[in-house]
Each structure stands twice: as structure tokens, then as C-alpha cells.
Design a protein around this ligand. Sequence first.
Ligand code: IPD
Ligand code: CA
Ligand code: CA
Length: 247
Amino acid sequence: MAREAGHICLEERARLTLADLSFKSAKDLVTVADRRVEMFLVSTIKKNYPDHCILGEETGETTGTAPIRWIIDPIDGTTSFVHHQPFYSVSIALEKNGCVIASGVYAPVLDELFVAEKGKGASLNGTPIRVSDTFKMEHAVMATGFACLRAGWADNNLRYLNRIAPGLRDVRRYGSAALDLCYTACGRLDGYWEMNLNLYDIAAGALILSEAGGRVSDFNGTDRFPENGTAAANPHLHPKLLDHLKN
Ligand code: IPD
Ligand code: CA
Ligand code: CA
């Protein structure tokens, strides 16, 4: 389903015009592709599992009778998508009794599918993945994001960037929280932090990261993420990252 949704992304990107763009706020883009991909995912899930619940970024809650909820972000990284950049993904998480038990994140331009099942590990295109062994911040490359700037919030991530970046080897801002978590899971990144994310941004990537041996928490080190921030890293660096994020 993730791969098929990814193919829809590629089809839609090829014919996207300015008329297909709309705005949730001055800088927060949404496209006909976001909506078409989510409709595909919702209809496929409901056809196969009519009693399941769904939480989608664009359609909100779709009710069901089973204690099973699909948490979907049809295009995580719409800004990347619109600007012809490859770092966007289809993010799908499956939650049972409030616990994510399986997930998939697919980057269609890069043709990379990250998947995880609780207790059974994580993989990239079928190959098992693990977090990096980097244990010094000065040897680490970490990612972050700036939704706060898109929304114009005064309490934003720039102070954390100024605090953390000088101690790192380098920083990346790819544009997809789901991929930031997956890249940390496979060791391309050593850590990631961000403010103001939603459950559908991180539900799938958080399972993939934890199944790959990573740690993910809020900025205070508890499981109240993403509402209190999202901090993710390999086990050596997670506490060091938190030292810079705790209020
Ligand atoms: C966005 C991406 C981005 C993050 C934003 C999210 P969207 O998702 O995950 O990396 O910085 O906060 O909103 O809006 O493109 O689905
Ligand atoms: Ca998103
Ligand atoms: Ca989205």
C-alpha cells in the first residue's frame, strides 16, 4: 500500500501546477496530491478492514469498532514534494490498543521502504537496519526541522539550533520528520530533534527507530512526544542530546 501510494505521489508530482496548491496557513502547503494519496490509503484500509479506525493528516479521524487505528501522513514533506526535492515520504503506522505494532515509511523518489514490526526489528528495502555507534557529539550529524518558523511562533527551535549545532559535526534539514527518524534508525543520522510535530508525523518513524535500537522521547526524556517535543538518537547520544533540550 505504501509503495502504491508512493507511485501516486510520483504521478501527481509530474502534473502538479500552481492551481493544485492550497495553504493551511501563510507558509503551510497542502496539494491535491496529499488529498489523493490519503483518499487512496483510507479507501484501501476501509475496503480491507472496515472496522478499523484511521487518523489521517488531511481527513482527521475515521471511526471504526475495532481497537485498531491506522495513523497516516500521505505526504510527509509536502514542501519538499512541491519544490522537486526527493526528501518526502508516505508514512503509515498501525496501532493496536494504543500501541504502534507495525509501520512503514516509503520515499518514492529514492525508492526506499523502511518497515518495522514491534519486537521483530526494522529494515530498509528488506535489509535489517541499526542505529549508529557514534558516541561523541562532535562526531555526530543530526537533523532538525522548523515547522515553528512556518507558523511564525516566537517560542521556536532556533535557540536549540544555536545551542546544539556548534557541538556537532554537522546539521541537516531534510524536510520529512518520518525520514529524519528513519535515517537515524539506519545510521545515516546520529540523532534528530524537533518541536511542534503531530502524531501522524512521527508514529511510523518512532517504531522503526526503536526497533533499530534507537531512543525516542520528548525533550524531558519521557514518552510525552511529540506534544512536548521529539528527541531521537542512538543510545549513546540520546542523553547528551537531552542535556541541550531539557527546559
Ligand atoms: C512536515 C515535515 C517537516 C516538519 C514539519 C511537518 P508535512 O510534515 O515532517 O519535516 O518540519 O513540522 O509538518 O506538513 O509536510 O506533512
Ligand atoms: Ca507530516
Ligand atoms: Ca503531510
